[in-house]
Design a protein around this ligand. Structure first.
Ligand SMILES: [Zn+2]
Length: 491
């Protein structure tokens, strides 16, 4: 057997002002031929699992491009086409192959293509023909298009948010595709469209229980795999929304029945599965009133992982106005300020302009009197399952005149996933009263063990969690919660 693997992905916030071009892929993660290195991206982990499992069976593996860009605005047409064509050229050179396994995101919007993944898989199908199985792993924040489901043989989606299960899902996908290539299994995919937009962390109830119920139905009665495509609310594309996907061994009727049951159950939970978004002022009131420490506050509106600039100053400005101290806040994407801090050196005192650079959604820049506490070059923070996220060069600045208030800046725009974004600069978040992280929910995996309280702050910013306020133009209507009659035209 000979399998072919590749990864091309990003998560596109169609409302983001930041273009996704070649530089963003190269800066985030781009390797070829399986050279994943010591700091593999989360989306490289599935390719490593595919390779290990194939080699354990004595199969040959051809590894093509593995490219991922930190979320931002639409991917440029020419950049997408160049990477896609590189993968297709590698595939043609590798023929004949017995299976194709892909690690994709599922919410990659290209300037003139609503779903990059659907386009890529269609091109691959045209090359390998109808008989070679194609397996795809996706992030649960995907736009699961009907055409992608019709084109691929098996799609397995992360079940957990935070995404701690990328490698586990890759193993399941490999087994389904391997069994298909060997002629033992005939996967059939069934899709149920919930007609919902939302964001559903899986560490909280009742979502955690829903994920558990998906799991318990797998591996019985010919049900091979069950996935929930949560959707990505900040991607304005026609097929935005939440869908249940069930893979059976050649039993589409059973798959459709199970998918509909789960999809209707999720609809019933719709008002209970979103986090409690707390407005900025109220969230800081609650943090100040909290008797325990540290309180971890997610600045969800400025989450780089959702395509936001990661340089908004609304939370920092309000905390300083209130005279709050004993704080660590990060990570601000501000290469200019980091360059000034490096030039001044550790221990230097300077007035420095921080944040507020990318646009109105970033707020006003703040001119701060600071002492340069620590400087580090080429930092990576822990992501999930042994993967790493590149942070670039980092600077920790202590605000002069405030009480123990540290601001962390970096040069490679990245979500704050893990306490080591702070500890690598000598700041222990556990010692602080308040820890503010620019992250939507992924921070929960790393920070929940030390947090006495977690607050999802809905400050102004690029990521508005009030979906009714977003200027959608392309999403197919009706859909919850934009429309009152979301289920009038669906089963
Ligand atoms: Zn995701």
């Amino acid at each position: 057997m000979h399998i072919f693997t590749a990864c091309l992905g990003t998560e596109t916030n169609t409302f983001s002002p930041i273009p996704t071009g070649r530089g963003l892929f190269e800066e985030t993660y781009l390797v070829r031929g399986g050279a994943y290195g010591d700091n593999p991206d989360l989306f490289a982990l599935p390719l490593m699992v595919f390779r290990d499992r194939a080699k354990a069976r004595g199969w040959r593996v051809t590894e093509s491009l593995c490219a991922f860009a930190v979320p931002a605005g639409p991917t440029l047409d020419r950049v997408y086409a160049a990477y896609r064509d590189e993968i297709l050229a590698d595939l043609k050179r590798a023929l004949p192959v017995d299976a194709v396994l892909l690690s994709l995101h599922g919410a990659m919007v290209v300037e003139s293509i609503a779903s990059g993944e659907t386009d890529l898989v269609a091109h691959i199908r045209a090359i390998v023909g109808p008989k070679v199985p194609i397996g795809v792993e996706l992030d649960l924040h995907c736009h699961l298009t009907a055409e992608l489901v019709a084109t691929a043989d098996a799609i397995v989606i992360f079940k957990e948010y935070p995404h701690i299960d990328a490698a586990d899902r890759a193993g399941e996908l490999f087994e389904i595709i391997a069994s298909t290539a060997e002629g033992k299994t005939r996967p059939r995919m069934s899709l149920f469209d919930c007609r919902m937009i939302g964001l559903y962390p899986t560490t909280l109830e009742p979502m955690a229980g829903f994920v558990q119920r998906m799991r318990t139905r797998e591996g019985r009665d010919g049900v091979l795999s069950i996935s929930l495509a949560h959707g990505f609310p900040w991607g304005d594309v026609p097929e935005l929304g939440t869908r249940v996907l069930v893979i059976t061994d050649n039993d589409a009727a059973l798959g459709a029945k199970v998918a509909a049951e789960l999809g209707r159950e999720l609809r019933g939970l719709r008002t209970k599965i979103e986090p409690l978004w707390t407005p900025l002022g109220q969230g800081l009131d609650e943090a100040e009133a909290c008797g325990e420490r540290p309180v971890v506050l997610g600045d969800v509106s400025d989450n780089a992982g959702g395509g936001a600039p990661s340089d908004s100053t609304f939370v920092l400005a309000e905390m300083l106005r209130r005279g709050m101290g004993e704080t660590a806040i990060g990570c601000f994407w501000d290469p200019g300020a980091v360059a000034l801090a490096f030039e001044a050196g550790e221990g230097a005192r300077l007035t420095i302009r921080v944040g507020g650079k990318l646009g109105p959604m970033s707020g006003d820049p703040l001119d701060l009197d600071v002492i340069v506490r620590a400087l580090r070059r080429d930092v990576h923070q822990h992501y999930f399952g042994g993967s790493k996220a590149r942070m670039g060069d980092m600077a920790a600045l202590t605000i002069a005149g405030a009480k123990d208030f540290d601001v962390v800046l970096n040069t490679v725009r990245a979500q704050t996933f893990s306490p080591d974004a702070f500890t690598q600069l000598g700041i222990d978040p556990a010692d602080k009263r308040y820890v503010v992280v620019k992250s939507m929910n992924h921070f929960r995996a790393g920070f929940a063990p030390l947090a006495r309280r977690i607050i999802y702050l809905s400050a102004p910013g690029a990521i508005d969690v009030n979906y009714r306020r977003l200027p959608y133009r392309r999403v197919i209507r009706p859909i919850y919660p934009l429309d009152d009659n979301a289920w009038s035209a669906s089963p």
